[in-house]
Ligand binder design. Structure first.
Ligand SMILES: NC(=O)c1ccc[n+]([C@@H]2O[C@H](COP(=O)([O-])OP(=O)(O)OC[C@H]3O[C@@H](n4cnc5c(N)ncnc54)[C@H](OP(=O)(O)O)[C@@H]3O)[C@@H](O)[C@H]2O)c1
Length: 346
């Protein structure tokens, strides 16, 4: 099979580098263009960026010339890891010129004609771009992805009335170089700009239902508190949840263990075999031990117990730059290809 050429916007940043790492040897996609700001354009990629991934950068990518983020690129499938200060306009320009943009930036997440996609959770929301010759699809915020994957099967089985979440988010979530070391080493920063608003609203769009080609948001209350902690990769979240119909502990565990969705059925290359892993051990999941489960694409849950205020509480862990960013985007692109949403590209 001929591979589909892809371009990466924001290729020099932290998520951009993760894209390059994950796309190495991808069976369907091949990086043909890298783009970033005027600071990086016209330089060799290895000169424009400080490579901080643990894998080696392939020579053909190291020597690739960085381009500007203009819709003159040859690849019609574009993965965006652009800073939010520019992503809004740039992504619109690309979509208007016949490109399919899958973005990690926040700018278009609430546009009515843009799916906010977690492939296992709301693959049907892609219907709103059906037949289009160019569109934007967005990846949710990194903490939202772990939380929403973990609650999706519970939402379907038991209904949710209220949810409270407290996050402990890794420093890689802030991009490179991110939070200054003197602010975060031996410390916790109890504020991440804009994060709590995203966590309160994004899950409701993702869990919303599609009616007349519009997404009706789910209707329950989420309270969120977000903290930056001195962990490199892996966002840990503690969740308290009140259901519409309270299940037993075993019913919740069964629902998690049995959860599989369309990406698993289609055996997409980046789909985890099992999207949610339940840990019985009291001390798990932990970022250093479990973030890389299924190459960083699975979500771990544990410490499920009854709550004194809500019905239950538990812990969720997910890899923020893989499942929460570049890996989630690749899975979205695979789903779009497999379901024939990439008009004019195949
Ligand atoms: N890190 C995570 O875990 C994570 C998770 C989910 C979503 N996100 C989102 O993904 C996006 C990228 O995050 P990141 O952590 O990779 O950020 P980052 O390390 O700061 O990288 C930002 C990228 O944007 C480019 N850029 C900045 N200004 C530009 C301009 N005027 N024109 C064109 N390109 C420009 C930069 O290029 P230069 O090097 O040329 O300046 C760089 O490639 C953000 O919107 C972020 O919110 C991040």
């Amino acid at each position: 099979m001929n591979k589909i050429p892809v371009a990466i916007l924001g290729a020099t940043g932290s998520v951009g580098q993760k894209f390059i790492e994950l796309l190495t040897n991808h069976p369907w996609f091949e990086i043909t263009e890298l783009a970033a700001s005027e600071r990086s354009a016209n330089k060799k990629y290895s000169e424009a960026t400080k490579w901080v991934m643990s894998s080696r950068l392939k020579p053909e990518l190291a020597g690739m010339e960085v381009k500007l983020c203009k819709p003159t690129l040859n690849s019609k499938l574009v993965f965006s890891a652009l800073d939010a200060s520019v992503a809004g306009e740039v992504e619109t320009e690309f979509a208007n010129n016949g490109y399919f943009v899958i973005s990690n930036a926040k700018n278009h997440r609430f546009d009515e004609d843009v799916p906010l996609l977690i492939p296992e959770v709301n693959y049907n929301h892609l219907e709103i771009i059906k037949g289009k010759n160019g569109a934007i699809v967005t990846n949710p915020n990194c903490s939202t992805i772990g939380l929403t994957l973990a609650i999706k099967p519970l939402f379907d089985a038991f209904g949710i009335e209220q949810l409270n979440v407290v996050t402990m988010q890794a420093v890689s979530g802030g991009g490179y170089p991110g939070v200054p070391s003197l602010d975060i080493l031996g410390n916790v920063v109890p504020f991440i700009s804009g994060e709590e608003e995203k966590m309160k609203t994004e899950p409701l769009k993702i869990l919303g239902s599609l009616k007349d080609n519009k997404i009706e948001h789910a209707n329950f209350t989420i309270s969120a508190q977000c903290n930056r902690v001195p962990v490199i990769d892996g966002h840990l979240e503690t969740v308290q949840i009140k259901f519409k119909s309270k299940p037993t502990k075993n019913e919740i565990i069964e629902v998690w263990k049995n959860f599989k969705s369309l990406p698993q059925k289609l055996e997409l290359p980046f789909a985890p075999k099992q999207p949610i892993y339940y840990f019985e051990e009291d001390h798990l999941p932990q970022p250093r031990l479990n973030s890389n489960l299924e190459k960083g694409m699975a979500v771990s849950v544990g410490r499920l117990r009854e709550d004194e205020i809500f019905d239950y509480k538990f812990v969720v862990l997910s890899h923020n730059t893989v499942r929460g960013a570049a890996g989630g985007t690749l899975l979205a692109a695979e789903l779009m290809k497999a379901q024939n949403y990439l008009n004019g590209i195949l």
